[in-house]
Design a protein around this ligand. Structure first.
Ligand SMILES: O=P(O)(O)OC[C@H]1O[C@H](O)[C@H](O)[C@@H](O)[C@@H]1O
Length: 536
């Protein structure tokens, strides 16, 4: 008898068709945990089935949750939705064929060769993951991203695109069509085309909610095309809608295979037999590891460079879905699981020291890909009979063992190979695991009420900045104290006025100067005076 092997056997899930393995043997399952959880899991399966039948699973926003229909349109509850899914996919693929065949062409170049995707959050993270995970130098098009409102970031990406801008197709993605970072990215991109004397609209398409501000803009300006986002697909689960499929297909990736992989994973994870359902096993493992109350962080460690962005992708999926103040009964629960990680073995040389020796506030998810590299002639031997891939696998196993010796929990996901289908399956697995976990802890995984506060406060800062600029302009050439600026701006929040002035004065364009009075060196920056040198 080998206890370790029995434990491994008992907790090893394998699906031949998917080329997928899940090992939860290194979760420290409390005695009888899964049996005790079974009734709650059965309730979760029923809730997931109801959600897939079209129940309003996102009650706060009165919305259905339909990302599973994207890869199985026949399951959608009404024919209009079914048609919307299939016709949008068909239209997107035809658009891509036309771009690749240069039937849709830029204004001045012979064909589109590059793609600039502008989006943020769920409108960028999935496309970024897929692009990095599946891309190669042989791709049909190169893909670039604007995923922020950082001016230097815009400049850096535009500089990298360089002379290729006239042959670059811009894909602006925003479900709401009102996200400022994305709007700013679009306007910055437009300015770059205008500087070259090009008509931006002839180089741009949008993926957005029908009737959104972005949609209206695309219509008025005559963009090349528009693809819809629907209110029943959440941003963080939109990778298999036009949001992810359009850029992936433009890049030349096999989107049909990605959909197929997700579809098969969905079929497997619909099982109501817990030990045959890897999404349920994953959710249950998270529950056992975190106490169902976010007590431990999820450290994602794919031993594969191509999956380096998986942790960023899963970070939004898990934390925006599970990080909730209230449960569905309105009780204050402060739920969530923190997610971080990059890739192994790289991270072994960064923070694994703490994972083994330091504070025990995490569980690791190793992600392994069995096929080391695309088959090629001859493999480099780094030592007799040893490849780099043997080392990568050895390091994963070594770290898993070293953590286990210290009683530190881990899960291991193993993919036979990394390709469009297995990536689609991995995305589908995490989508459903998050859904099941949310059922187990009774929260709404599909809204994000917490992100609004920061956006509103930011808007208030921009409005105050306009008043600050007005006050400085009215007294151009005169040095004003912080209190004087704040008063003239009609604001009783001098701290925010200080932040605004400090930022304005660091950027020469508005000619706002910091004036340090003589003898002030030792004083506080809050005693500086401020002046607009000339009215700008
Ligand atoms: O696609 P968009 O509407 O532009 O939204 C982009 C992102 O912004 C928001 O802040 C949400 O919290 C995310 O869930 C969303 O993915």
């Amino acid at each position: 008898m080998n206890d370790g092997l029995d434990r491994f056997r008992a907790h090893l899930f394998h699906d031949e068709g998917l080329g997928f393995w899940l090992d939860t043997s290194r979760i420290l399952w409390p005695e009888g945990f899964l049996d005790a959880l079974e009734p709650r899991l059965q309730a979760a399966y029923e809730a997931m089935a109801a959600l897939e039948r079209g129940a309003v699973a996102n009650a706060d926003e009165n919305r259905m949750v339909g990302h599973y229909w994207l890869r199985a349109p026949e399951l959608a509850p009404d024919p209009a939705i079914r048609d919307a899914i299939t016709s949008t996919l068909g239209r997107a693929l035809t658009f891509v064929e036309d771009v690749h065949a240069a039937r849709i062409r830029p204004e001045r170049a012979s064909r589109f060769r590059d793609v600039l995707l502008i989006g943020i959050g769920g409108s960028a993270l999935g496309p970024q993951l897929v692009s990095a995970a599946l891309g190669s130098p042989a791709d049909r098009m190169r893909v670039w991203f604007f995923d922020n409102t950082d001016p230097d970031g815009f400049d850096r990406t535009l500089a990298a695109i360089g002379d290729a801008l006239p042959s670059t197709l811009v894909v602006v993605i925003s479900k709401s069509g009102g996200t400022k970072e994305t709007r700013n990215g679009m306007l910055e991109a437009e300015a770059a085309y205008t500087r070259l004397g090009l008509d931006f609209a002839k180089h741009a398409v949008v993926v957005t909610g029908e009737g959104s501000a972005l949609d209206a803009h695309a219509i008025t300006r005559g963009f090349l095309d528009r693809f819809p986002m629907w209110d029943w697909v959440g941003g963080r689960t939109s990778e298999l809608s036009a949001v992810g499929l359009l850029p992936a297909a433009l890049q030349g990736l096999d989107v049909e295979d990605m959909l197929r992989g997700a579809r098969v994973m969905d079929e497997v994870t619909r099982s109501r037999v817990t030990k045959k359902n890897p999404a349920a096993l994953l959710a249950a493992a998270w529950l056992a590891a975190t106490g169902g109350a976010g007590k431990k962080d999820m450290v994602l460690l794919p031993y594969k460079d191509r999956l380096e962005l998986f942790s960023r992708y899963a970070q939004q999926l898990v934390m925006e879905s599970l990080g909730k103040r209230l449960d569905r009964r309105g009780r204050e629960v402060w739920q969530g699981i923190s997610v971080y990680g990059n890739k192994g073995s790289t991270d072994q040389h960064a923070y694994v020291q703490q994972l083994r020796d330091g504070v025990d506030n995490f569980f690791v998810t190793f992600i392994e890909v069995l096929l080391d590299r695309a088959p090629r002639r001859g493999d480099v031997m780094v030592e007799p009979d040893t490849t780099s891939g043997d080392y990568l696998s050895g390091f994963l196993q070594g770290t898993r063992r070293a953590l286990d010796e210290r009683g530190r929990a881990s899960i291991t996901i193993t993919l036979e190979a990394l390709d469009a289908a297995s990536l689609g399956a991995l995305i589908a697995l995490y989508e459903r695991a998050v859904g099941i976990y949310a059922e187990l802890v009774d929260i709404n995984a599909y809204h994000q009420p917490g992100v609004e506060a920061g956006k509103k406060a930011a808007q208030a800062v921009i409005e105050l900045e306009h008043r600050v600029l007005g006050a400085l302009r009215a007294k151009a050439g005169t040095a004003l104290s912080l209190a004087e600026v704040a008063e003239a701006a009609g604001n009783d929040d001098p701290e925010t006025v200080f932040w605004i002035l400090r930022h304005l004065s660091a950027n020469p364009r508005r000619a706002v100067l910091r004036v340090r009075n003589q003898g002030d060196e030792a004083g506080s920056p809050l005693d500086w005076t401020w002046m607009m040198a000339r009215a700008t």
